[in-house]
Ligand binder design. Structure first.
Ligand code: ACO
Length: 332
């Protein structure tokens, strides 16, 4: 019998998450702690509008790659892999250690990998991990790489204006990582990435370094109401895109893991998707908005507390500065 060529010569390579890890620096800093530090705010205001109860702030001198290192060690341990087996590092951050080298290269060194594979940073702000996961998936599915670390790690506390109570209470520091491996079993089922630079002004850090000086502002600025409207709209749209691409619908989702910016964005997105709030993983209350780290942090927490189990269908979503947004649908 004559077989079709793709049945005899090539089996399809899938990209599957085989381990997760996360790390939050230091003790939680509560909303009341912020008041004690002189910020004119209240626990009631922050909880009611954002759902945030605490965040973690890295000590002076602790960098994004320090947090990434801990998250990656935990992800590698969960996957049963050694650092030397990693042939690709995709590192999402808006708060890199330096202008260069990349935080990915620094992380590679800290992991003790010599003469490793590719390592590079991805800059898509709060959508960074979704971008990174999608890029790594394409490397793995092409057959060029077999074992990737995809990490989102941020020290957002460094780019906050602590005089601006409208933004400084919203963000925190942290890292989350996954090991993504070539597999015969389906893992990532569909992904979708978008950007629209015409919305860059509603969330930005519009500073530059030139001739040793910062020009513009090195602090985060945001039009909160505009961000809210935009985020809910695109998170619902991009969820629809990946579900359609995989021939699935909302009922097939075991867990929705959206970017952890604000509880009200999460609730509004679930409502738009007609998805029960019980199926939404929420961790923003514990660590605030950690930008590119937020999705892998929420993922790892729910894996470790036993809610997410092998075989579950997960919808991961991000939205952030740029504006950027996207989603990844996967079998865990
Ligand atoms: N504590 C107490 N009062 C505050 C604080 C604070 N931390 N911050 C602002 N206020 C006051 C303001 O001064 C203002 O007072 P006034 O009426 O006397 O002038 C009042 O609260 C309302 O201020 P607004 O900025 O209009 O507050 P709003 O109701 O829009 O809530 C928020 C702000 C929570 C940021 C809201 O716009 C929102 O949820 N936006 C979504 C965007 C978001 O979550 N961004 C996160 C990052 S973006 C991302 O990750 C994609």
């Amino acid at each position: 019998m004559q077989m079709k060529p793709d049945q005899t010569q090539h089996s399809v390579i899938h990209a599957r998450i085989t381990g997760t890890g996360s790390y939050l620096p230091g003790a939680p800093v509560s909303n009341d702690d912020l008041r004690t530090r002189g910020i004119d705010t209240s626990d009631e205001w922050i909880v009611e509008r954002t759902g945030i109860r605490a965040r973690h702030l890295a000590s002076e001198g602790v960098t994004s790659s320090d947090l990434a290192l801990e998250a990656c060690r935990r992800a590698l341990e969960a996957a049963g892999r050694l650092a030397d087996e990693v042939d690709l590092i995709v590192y999402a951050t808006s708060t890199p250690d330096f202008i260069f080298p990349s935080s990915a290269a620094i992380l590679q060194r800290k992991l003790g990998i010599r003469n490793g594979g590719a390592a590079f940073d991805v800059q898509a702000v709060c959508t960074g991990f979704i971008y990174g996961l999608t890029v790594a998936e394409k490397f793995i599915r092409s057959g060029s790489h077999k074992c990737a670390l995809v990490v989102g790690a941020e020290v957002f506390s460094r780019i906050l204006n602590w005089e601006d109570r409208g933004t400084c209470v919203l963000f925190g520091d942290g890292a989350g990582a996954v090991v993504l491996e070539a597999s015969e079993q389906p893992g990532i089922l569909a992904s979708s990435l978008h950007a629209d630079g015409s919305y860059s002004d509603i969330l930005s850090v519009p500073g530059q370094i030139s001739q040793g000086l910062v020009t513009g502002s090195p602090f985060l600025q945001m039009d909160g109401k505009a961000v809210f409207k935009f985020a809910v709209k695109v998170l619902a749209e991009t969820a629809g895109e990946v579900l359609e691409a995989a021939g699935m619908n909302t009922l097939d989702i075991d867990w929705l893991i959206p970017h952890q910016a604000n509880i009200r964005i999460l609730q509004a997105t679930a409502k738009k998707l007609e998805l029960s709030e019980d199926k939404v993983i929420v961790s923003v209350d514990r660590h605030g908005n950690t930008s590119a780290a937020s999705v892998p942090l929420a993922l790892d927490m729910a894996v470790r507390d036993g809610r997410i189990k092998p075989g579950h269908t997960l919808l991961l979503e991000g939205v952030g500065g740029g504006f950027t947004w996207g989603a990844v649908l996967l079998k865990f």
